[in-house]
Design a protein around this ligand. Structure first.
Ligand code: PEP
Length: 256
């Protein structure tokens, strides 16, 4: 757990290179005062390189929305951690859209997490249950499997550095955000699982985010949870004013 809140904007497949640059310019103007919040933007792969030249690193960091685990070779359409090295600080890995639309399994997720770590990129490992799994009361088991599957072969020191985002699939892009009490419970399940695998110190150090229909209206209710270190924001991160208000909420939460 860290005192510095981490706010990640996942733009998904939105914003052209030009629009991304404009967004960065506007947000940069608005954010000058918020040094105590770590703000990370995850643009499309196409905009990563130009944004990495434009970004004022004291204000923002960049994340990729995905990466491939092989360094190079005949993997048409893929971008490797090796290629992203130096351009991004974080990589979102195992997002539910990758798992459910593109068929990624825990083995793919694990390979990607390891490749990111190998190249000095901090993984933001996404975990979370579907509506069906939630109804069947399988949340604990799903989180257990995704954490064990995603983190295998890492050392305790490597796990301590990474970020785990609790993103219930039913809450993503639906407006049906999770109750803070359920998010708190999930964060404890995640930390308990990390503690079981890597020990108490690692479980306390790993950063846990919540993601799923976060808005400027509900952000504070999650940021008030001690076990939650920040937010992974999808739709609301596309609007500069709305994202700025979420960063503002994180700034206020950090001061408490
Ligand atoms: C996401 O893309 O990780 C996400 C949480 O999306 P949204 O905020 O739109 O639900």
């Amino acid at each position: 757990m860290s005192n510095k809140k981490l706010i990640v904007g996942n733009w998904k497949m939105n914003l052209t290179v030009h629009e991304s640059s404009l967004y960065l310019h506007k947000l940069g103007g608005a954010l000058k005062a918020h040094r105590s919040v770590e703000v990370v933007l995850a643009p499309s792969m196409l905009a990563v390189q130009s944004m990495s030249l434009q970004v004022e690193r004291k204000l923002f960091k960049l994340a990729s929305q995905n990466l491939f685990w092989k360094d190079e070779g005949a993997y048409t359409g893929e971008v490797s951690a090796h290629m992203l090295r130096g351009l991004v600080s974080y990589a979102i890995i195992g997002h539910s859209e990758r798992r459910h639309i593109f068929g990624e399994h825990d083995k793919d997720v694990r390979n990607k997490v390891q490749a990111a770590v190998r190249h000095g990129i901090t993984p933001i490992l996404c975990v979370g249950e579907t509506a069906h799994e939630r109804a069947a009361k399988e949340t604990t088991g799903v989180l257990h499997d995704q954490i064990v599957g995603g983190l295998a072969n890492l050392t305790a020191d490597e796990v301590a550095e990474l970020v785990i985002a609790y993103e219930p699939v039913w809450a993503i892009g639906t407006g049906d955000n999770a109750l803070p009490a359920d998010v708190e419970r999930a964060a404890h399940i995640i930390r308990r699982q990390v503690e079981h695998l890597y020990g108490r110190e690692t479980a306390a150090a790993v950063r846990v985010l919540y993601g799923g229909s976060v808005s400027s209206q509900n952000a504070s209710s999650y940021l008030a949870i001690t076990a939650i270190d920040g937010l992974l924001v999808g739709g609301a991160s596309l609007k500069v004013k709305e994202f700025e208000a979420i960063v503002e909420a994180a700034f206020a939460a950090g001061k408490r």
